[in-house]
Design a protein around this ligand. Structure first.
Ligand code: CP3
Length: 374
């Protein structure tokens, strides 16, 4: 039996969980999307011996790989090592992760008959390996564990296209030519993804992130009509469990306001939208995560430091900011740079008390001339 109350008590003072809720804490918390993975020599060493799928299917290995960046970087949260396609692999779809490419599927889903290949997911049964990884991790970790899933749209895009895409033309073609099949596909994916997240939280994940990485390909009206209702259903299921939810996508500057209405405590912002601009698009009561350009971390540290300070300045010292990159860590990143970046955010990221954030309880706009920590 998992003692969820004990896990909650252990993380009662977590700055990451406090920031997700806009609650008081002292320093800006930081973690990195894709913090586990090829930037770390110790990860590459494991991958020389095992395929990606073997790592995900072996709880001891998946837990080790999840812990590696926590040890190296001193981040304020761990993120479970698996993939957005793990739940659909678990119900028998022929999806594989091709190194250097991403998820590919031999028989893409494009018709209503194809959609019937998506059966219900029983997390305890089908994702036993993932949930056992969580059980190992919550024993070991001093910081909260973030569970995650791919949102229905992003997952659908891989399953319809057959692999990564630039234009999403087959995905959009299905959306605009066969609305019934589209909604049935997204509805089934929402059930699968929701069951996966509920399973992760019931084993001890303290927060979840829903990756709608590729939603930025859509016009706002299409996002609202074809995607948002399904995403909302996923996030509402998790909301009942009381853990903070983070909702993230790339190139979603024009969608941030809509994404914030899906049922989330925090919206993740990519590097294209400065955080102070994002703040005007996302309603009070929803926090922001982000958003240093990941490629900046390929350059010299003084430049990384300047840009990180700019992110902190634009976040304004508000208590509802979680520092992150604007997307995942690039494999060529020097881990030493990320460790220094974490130290900088912890040293310089001051947080104002919630009452001082310039936004009254009635949601007035923040004052523009207030002092912000440098
Ligand atoms: O630290 C972490 O974030 C670990 C867990 C994690 C992975 N994938 C591990 C992984 C998470 C949260 C993901 C999410 C994921 N997977 C997303 C959403 C995040 C995003 O980047 O927008 C997406 C779109 C995928 C699909 C996917 N899986 C891609 C595009 C790739 C990379 C392909 C490549 O080789 O460049 C994968 C494989 C993958 N998932 C790797 C890792 C560490 C690399 C696998 C390897 O070791 O070769």
């Amino acid at each position: 039996m998992v003692d969820l109350a004990a896990i909650r008590a252990r993380h009662a003072a977590s700055p990451f969980l406090a920031a997700c809720r806009g609650a008081p804490h002292d320093t800006v918390p930081v973690w990195f999307m894709r913090q586990a993975g090829r930037a770390l020599g110790e990860y590459r060493a494991i991958r020389e011996q095992h395929t990606f799928e073997e790592v995900v299917h072996t709880p001891e290995l998946a837990a080790e790989v999840t812990l590696q960046p926590v040890r190296r970087y001193g981040v304020d949260a761990a993120v479970l090592f698996s993939d957005i396609v793990t739940p659909v692999q678990a119900i028998g779809l022929d999806v594989t992760i091709k190194p250097g490419v991403g998820p590919v599927i031999d028989r893409p889903l494009r018709t209503i008959e194809d959609v019937s290949r998506l059966r219900r997911l029983d997390a305890e049964e089908d994702l036993a390996h993932v949930l056992d990884t969580i059980s190992l991790l919550v024993e070991e970790l001093d910081v909260p564990l973030i569970g995650f899933a791919g949102a229905p749209f992003t997952l659908a895009s891989y399953l319809i296209e057959g692999g990564p895409s630039r234009s999403y033309s087959r995905t959009k073609a299905l959306m605009f030519t066969d609305e019934l099949t589209w909604h049935r596909l997204l509805d089934r994916l929402a059930s699968i993804v929701g069951a996966s997240l509920v399973g992760q939280v019931s084993r001890g994940a303290s927060a979840v992130q829903l990756f709608d990485s590729w939603a930025g390909a859509l016009a706002p009206e299409d996002y609202e009509r074809f995607v948002l209702p399904h995403t909302r259903r996923v996030l509402e299921q998790v909301g009942e469990l009381g853990v903070p939810r983070i909702h993230f996508g790339v190139d979603t500057g024009e969608l941030l306001g809509l994404m914030a209405t899906a049922g989330t405590e925090v919206v993740g912002v990519d590097w294209r939208t400065p955080l102070d601009h994002a703040r005007t698009r996302v309603p009070e009561g929803v926090g922001l995560q982000g958003n240093l350009e990941p490629a900046v971390c390929l350059g010299p540290f003084p430049q990384v430091a300047d840009r990180a300070r700019d992110v902190l300045r634009r976040a304004g010292g508000r208590p509802d900011h979680v520092f992150n990159l604007g997307h995942g860590v690039l494999p060529a990143t020097d881990p030493g740079v990320l460790a220094e970046l974490v130290a900088l955010v912890h040293e310089e990221g001051g947080v104002m008390a919630p009452a001082d954030n310039g936004a009254g309880a009635d949601g007035e706009a923040a004052e523009h001339d207030r002092e912000v920590p440098q």
